[in-house]
Write a protein that binds this ligand. Structure first.
Ligand SMILES: C[S@@+](CC[C@H](N)C(=O)[O-])C[C@H]1O[C@@H](n2cnc3c(N)ncnc32)[C@H](O)[C@@H]1O
Length: 204
């Protein structure tokens, strides 16, 4: 019974936000939504209440450049653009999902920020850009390690504070092993979430 009520509330919440923002990001399994391997997870959107809790807890600021690594249909980027940042970027390697994200970004209502959706592997992203990175268990350990190394290189090229929100942090340990990162937030309500930030004194 409790599970049924939760499911009902979850659907109602999704419907509300999808209509409020004028986007369509809910899961429908399509042939292209197949995992290529253990490193590349299939599309599953983060639930709205987790997204908004993360964005408010970071907190997302007007001067931030927000990047969703593995943006799927663009739910998280649209929520970030609704709350407002200097720029919002989504990176997605599945062409069909990229196109849907682009369509959602273009047609969304109440957008406060410009959105760009980039087609490609997250590892090819220019990590000297971005101040806030969002990941929802989208990759395996190898990809996470590679992203963290590129983020560190990006900090050397362009020293700044970066923050990382990791939802369902299966490879959270990989982040703990990086001395330039410190954890500043953690909770396990609805989803497990970790918030990390770069230590400014470790950038050289
Ligand atoms: C679990 S979904 C998360 C979607 C979105 N970030 C959200 O929270 O609603 C993971 C997404 O990452 C994409 N993805 C997985 N590996 C990727 C990679 N190496 N480069 C770019 N996108 C990737 C998948 O196609 C999928 O759309």
């Amino acid at each position: 019974m409790r599970r049924k009520i939760e499911l009902y509330l979850y659907r109602a919440e999704s419907l509300f936000w999808e209509n409020w923002l004028g986007i369509r990001t809910r899961t429908t399994r399509l042939p292209y939504e197949r995992s290529r391997d253990a490193e590349h997870k299939i599309y599953t959107p983060t639930i709205y209440r987790t997204i908004f809790r993360v964005l408010r807890s970071l907190p997302l600021k007007a001067e931030d450049v927000f990047v969703d690594l593995g943006c799927g249909k663009g739910r998280v980027v649209c929520c970030a653009a609704y709350l407002g940042a200097a720029q919002v970027i989504g990176v997605e390697y599945v062409k069909e999902l990229h196109d849907i994200a682009l369509n959602n970004a273009e047609r969304m209502r109440r957008r406060q920020s410009p959105i760009s959706i980039s087609l490609g592997e997250v590892e090819d992203f220019d990590f000297s850009l971005g101040t806030v990175f969002f990941m929802f268990n989208s990759f395996g350990r190898k990809t996470i390690e590679s992203i963290l190394t590129k983020m560190e290189d990006g900090l050397r090229k362009n020293p700044r504070e970066i923050r990382i929100a990791y939802v369902n942090p299966v490879y959270g340990l990989a982040m703990k092993e990086r001395p330039w990162l410190e954890r500043y937030g953690f909770w396990r309500r609805f989803d497990v979430v970790m918030l990390w930030r770069s230590k400014l004194d470790r950038q050289s």
